[in-house]
Design a binder for this molecule. Structure first.
Ligand SMILES: [Ca+2]
Length: 520
């Protein structure tokens, strides 16, 4: 372990010296960075994370065997674009004003900007194209909606070859659209006009293994109804197709001969698109698989079973691994010491949040503190009458089946009712209740715990200058709740106007505004 640490220290010490000579031909050797994201993949859908279904991710498992994986990794927000924006900016959603699909305020240069300034060739497949000066950005329309497995390998191979010709280190952000809805071979996938077109062109890849309903396990946070099981069979086939894409990307890297000089990160952007998961603040919403591989530099096959990390930390971590300084304006902090086997200090929780559905002004702000053993959630929008609307899965066979079953099955009715209305405070004992059924926020034995977790949220909000900070100091004050919700709504209206203005000026793609284009 000491030896490995020494490698980093040496690299950091040498960088400024090497930089002195950088003006000529002697460029400092920077590692390449390959950031692979899955879309809406539940944390334990990966075999290496204990997936209960067989052989879902052989390629990602190989990556885990060759790399370092975090058992407790979280995203701060369970929504696609904001989550990826957190990864790239190292800042929280409210700091960059990325509550929805467009970043409106730059805190400072983000990871791609800083890498570009240091000579990197930047490439992006599928997502996050509006904000950075990518040397090449491949759209969903070009990539077969992220469902064309051979395309990933070919594109990554060509990008690496281009960077090599230009003698540049590279940063590739390769985003699979799997296992995002519409799921594999579902009616919604087969009926989607764009996907239909790709299918005609022979670009809709088959998964290398397709799952039948009797082969899958429905996670405990959902009832095991036939329609739910049917969707999970489609979902796991999507997971497998994502894994096929990851395999192609890794093969392209291997064929380029640059494996040893490339840091590979695999991460999901949020939990599965299902009730009590995506677009919420439960563990199933914000917990993700996170694997880092750098042969010879980061211990292979190691698992960190203890420390909590957030994808907020990715940008600072990758900057440090690349031997670059981490700017003070980034809210995340590098987890390089953890990769070196050191214990983390001063972090026994991570924060999370959620605000609203895509391009809507009705807000459902939720905030969470996640620890290894507890999930605390504060829902200021809850008033006993308002019904939550999570656009992503409202018409899903799963939710429709739950509504139907609720007519006759009391336990499902209770679950459906709770999902609709919630309560203002939730607390779950993750060890005893991993699927968040028993809200113990008001239990006498948890009074001090809840108080402490509220204070953790308050301290974070104060430090990160969150507009809910005043409310969090007095979380049941109805006037403060109304004031905060009015602020969020006004801000959402302002954001939509700003996005429309930017689209008119062609500073964001018009399809960033289209729900259809985003598969919503
Ligand atoms: Ca997503």
């Amino acid at each position: 372990m000491k030896k490995r640490r020494a490698v980093f220290i040496t690299a950091l010490l040498l960088t400024p010296i090497a930089a002195l000579h950088a003006a000529d031909t002697l460029k400092p050797a920077r590692p390449n960075i390959l950031l692979i994201t899955a879309d809406d993949m539940h944390w334990d859908s990966v075999g290496a994370y204990g997936c209960p279904v067989a052989a879902t991710t052989p390629n990602i498992d190989r990556l885990a065997a060759e790399g370092f994986r975090f058992h407790y990794a979280f995203v701060p927000i369970s929504l696609c674009t904001p989550s990826r924006q957190v990864m790239l900016s190292g800042n929280h959603s409210h700091q960059t004003q990325t509550r929805e699909f467009t970043e409106l305020e730059r805190v400072g240069p983000a990871l791609p900007d800083l890498l570009k300034q240091n000579g990197y060739y930047l490439a992006n497949l599928n997502k996050q194209q509006d904000y950075y000066e990518w040397d090449i950005a491949i759209t969903e329309a070009q990539s077969g909606f992220g469902r064309d497995v051979p395309f990933f390998k070919k594109a990554v191979g060509e990008i690496i070859a281009t960077a090599k010709r230009q003698n540049q280190p590279w940063f590739i952000m390769a985003n699979s659209n799997d296992p995002h809805r519409p799921f594999y071979n579902s009616a919604a996938e087969l009926d989607n006009p764009q996907i239909k077109e790709f299918r005609k062109q022979g670009r809709l890849s088959r998964a290398s293994r397709e799952y039948r309903p009797d082969e899958v396990v429905v996670p405990g946070f959902l009832p095991d109804l036939p329609e739910v099981r049917g969707e999970f069979a489609e979902y796991y086939s999507s997971v497998r197709r994502c894994d096929d894409s990851v395999g192609g990307i890794i093969a392209a890297l291997a064929e380029s001969g640059q494996t040893t000089n490339t840091i590979v990160v695999f991460v999901s952007d949020n939990g599965i698109s299902m009730p009590f998961a995506k677009l919420n603040c439960y563990q199933a919403s914000v917990r993700v698989p996170l694997i880092v591989r750098w042969p010879g530099q980061i211990a292979a096959g190691k698992r960190d079973p203890f420390n909590l990390v957030s994808t907020l930390d990715l940008a600072p971590t990758l900057l440090e691994l690349a031997g670059l300084p981490v700017p003070a304006y980034m809210a995340g902090r590098s987890f390089v010491p953890l990769l070196n086997g050191e214990a983390e200090t001063n972090r026994d929780f991570v924060v999370g949040y959620y605000y609203n559905n895509l391009r809507q002004t009705k807000m459902y702000p939720e905030f969470t503190i996640q620890t290894r053993d507890w999930t605390y959630i504060y829902n200021p929008w809850v008033d006993g009458k308002t019904e939550v609307h999570n656009s992503d899965y409202t018409c899903s066979p799963t939710l429709l089946a739950m509504w139907k079953a609720a007519e006759t099955v009391p336990s499902v009715r209770a679950r459906v009712d709770f999902h609709k209305h919630r309560v203002i405070e939730e607390l779950y004992d993750v060890r005893q209740d991993p699927y968040a059924y028993m809200n113990v926020a008001t239990a006498q034995e948890n009074v001090e715990r809840v108080k402490a977790m509220r204070l953790q949220l308050l301290a974070w909000m104060q430090e990160a200058k969150h507009p809910a900070a005043k409310l969090m100091a007095d979380p049941f004050n109805k006037e403060l709740i109304a004031e905060y919700l009015a602020w969020e709504k006004a801000n959402a209206v302002k954001q939509i106007e700003e996005v429309e203005r930017l689209a008119k000026e062609h500073r964001v793609r018009p399809d960033a505004l289209s729900k259809k284009a985003l598969g919503k």
